[in-house]
Design a protein around this ligand. Structure first.
Ligand SMILES: Cc1ncc(COP(=O)(O)O)c(C=O)c1O
Length: 369
């Protein structure tokens, strides 16, 4: 277990900065293959952008202050009541509000993982501890150790599947963990769950447990990160506490229209999600096979839209990032993730042609050094 330092993580510490790279390379942001941002390689849900074009006039009115209508729709979709749902300006707004709402005093983050959990804790004035999964175990979380530590914390953050390792914790193990630590609140970030072929992760295994908050994002699977919409699903008493920190009009009019479209077209959304899962499983396998015996890189298995790799000496994430950037491919240098090093990179899979081009350019780069 590790203690964190003040100042870890930062508002600029994310991937996806195509604007800075475009300025540097003298091109448009659209010319960049952004393999640093973990969104659906198929693009937005079919029909969604056309639908939004017909709804542009909605920006002339304020949206509902509490986004009650879309919360009710989302609750129905999840098989819970509206009292179990809080909408947010992306899951980001909710994850930053949670430590305040829960009055978190002692937090544990299961890592290496997304830096914003630590940033959210710091905004609440606390420095979280970390339980870091070991690379030798391909970043599998030590669930026994987690079970023995969790009771010492009032809040535990788990990203499932985990960004950036791609590891999925089985719902049944999580359900045991939650049941055996009733005094601890577990924040489970499921932003990337729709990408995983994991029917056993059935939502009702731990639905409505009083000590579990599930975070969902619409940004990733439906490729609408610019709209900013996510939900928290939890016991009514947790949602009531969270709502004390809600801001009016957090979910804008077009984001509300997008949620209505997505939830009122369930078969389009389900088919899209399934096709995405099948495509990603195939593309991940191609990357793994392509570099299976490569002496300079090791890829870790993932269940989702992104993959983490370790570069072997003398290669570094910074050099690979720079080499690919010159070819207008942006990947995520993971050296600022607590528990990773200057040799870790993450890619988000794109369409087949882009993935192949990436593999060819990466092979060339690794052979040059
Ligand atoms: C693990 C994780 N959770 C949450 C978010 C934030 O997503 P949203 O767009 O819903 O705010 C991200 C964004 O990169 C993420 O990687």
């Amino acid at each position: 277990m590790l203690r964190s330092q003040p100042g870890d993580g930062m508002i600029k510490g994310h991937g996806g900065n195509i604007y800075a790279l475009a300025r540097e390379q003298g091109c448009t942001p659209e010319a960049i293959a952004d393999m640093s941002s973990n969104v659906n390689p198929f693009g937005a849900l079919p029909g969604l952008q056309d639908h939004l074009l017909t709804k542009v006039a909605a920006i002339e009115s304020l949206p509902e202050a509490d986004a009650a209508a879309i919360s009710a729709l989302f609750a129905e979709h999840c098989g819970v009541t509206p009292e179990n749902v809080a909408p947010g300006n992306g899951s980001t707004q909710l994850l930053y509000a949670l430590p305040r709402a829960l009055e978190t005093r002692k937090a544990l983050i299961v890592g290496p993982t997304y830096a914003d959990y630590a940033s959210a804790c710091r905004q609440q004035g606390i420095l979280p501890d970390y339980l870091l999964a070991e690379e030798e175990r391909h970043f599998a979380v030590d669930l026994d150790q987690l079970a023995s530590l969790a009771g010492q914390y009032d809040t535990v953050f788990i990203c499932n599947p985990n960004n950036p390792t791609g590891v999925l914790l089985p719902a049944t193990s999580l359900a045991e963990l939650f049941a055996s630590n009733p005094e601890t609140t577990f924040i489970v970030d499921e932003s990337y769950l729709p990408f995983a072929q994991a029917p056993e992760q059935s939502r009702d295994v731990y639905a409505n447990r009083p000590n579990v908050v599930r975070l969902t994002s619409m940004s990733k699977i439906f490729k609408i990160p610019g709209l900013r919409i996510g939900f928290a699903v939890a016991h009514a008493h947790v949602i009531a506490r969270l709502q004390r920190f809600a801001m009016p009009w957090s979910v804008n009019s077009l984001a509300c229209e997008a949620v209505v479209y997505i939830l009122q077209n369930p078969s389009t959304a389900d088919d899209f999600i399934q096709e995405t899962q099948v495509f990603l499983a195939r593309e991940r396998e191609l990357v793994l096979q392509r570099f299976a015996h490569h002496p300079s890189i090791q890829w870790y298995p993932s269940c989702t839209s992104f993959m983490l790799a370790r570069l072997k000496s003398p290669h570094t994430a910074a050099k690979v990032h720079a080499g690919l950037a010159r070819n207008l491919i942006l990947v995520r240098d993971c050296s600022n993730f607590k528990g990773l090093t200057e040799r870790h990179v993450r890619i988000s899979l794109k369409n087949s042609a882009a993935n192949k081009r990436f593999c060819v350019l990466l092979t060339e780069l690794l052979e040059k050094a």
